[in-house]
Design a protein around this ligand. Structure first.
Ligand SMILES: [Zn+2]
Length: 207
């Protein structure tokens, strides 16, 4: 009986410690990237229920950290075609495009990271040096919170998700890539497979 109780206590302690060092990172689940948006990713809305379930579990069951990243561009950005960049104008600060999708579960006082804030900022990665959450870059913020392991979801697999995962590895975080909770742009056929290969080669765990 004592051995059983000690085992249970031990397991509870392990789960408690684990939940202190994990975080869920939901990338760019905004109107601009979901169907109907300027850069709407095919089936970008299909993953919302999965992300919502994960968010719920992280917040209410594990009491763990959840971070939402968002593209948050000025009206004039070299990231946009009209100013010499590659992309249609999207996710301009305080526009419908920049808002999170209406079905996405975003808790009150959510931890939101904004990126692409400056005119010459491309900022695909949530770890971009200019991206900010509570006045800090993401790596500093996560380290302050004691986070070691990241679970990543969102849009799009072959752009912002990939760049975020590669930077997370460079910064020494363990990363789990939840492929069922992301979708690719696939500008070129095969981009998704290449992105997954690259993330795996960088040491991310693909699940
Ligand atoms: Zn952008």
């Amino acid at each position: 009986m004592i051995a059983f109780l000690i085992t249970i206590l031990f397991l509870v302690a392990i789960v408690y410690v684990l939940t202190r060092i994990i975080a869920l990172l939901n990338i760019d689940m905004q109107n601009g990237f979901t169907p109907g948006g300027e850069l709407g990713v095919k089936e970008g809305d299909v993953i919302i229920p999965i992300i919502n379930r994960l968010t719920f579990w992280f917040i209410h069951i594990f009491r763990a950290l959840v971070v939402f990243s968002r593209d948050w561009h000025p009206r004039v950005s070299k990231h946009f075609k009209e100013f010499g960049g590659n992309w249609s104008t999207h996710c301009v600060i305080n526009t419908h495009s920049a808002e999170f999708h209406k079905d996405l579960l975003v808790p009150k006082n959510a931890n939101i990271l904004s990126k692409g804030l400056y005119e010459d900022d491309q900022a695909y990665s949530a770890f971009d040096k200019n991206a900010r959450i509570n006045g800090m870059d993401l790596a500093t913020y996560l380290r302050k919170k004691g986070i070691k392991i990241l679970f990543v979801t969102g849009l799009a697999t072959d752009w912002c998700v990939k760049e975020t995962v590669l930077d997370a590895r460079k910064n020494g975080f363990w990363v789990f890539v939840i492929t069922s909770a992301m979708r690719p742009v696939n500008l070129k056929p095969g981009d998704e497979e290449r992105a997954i290969k690259e993330m795996k080669a960088a040491g991310a765990i693909i699940i």
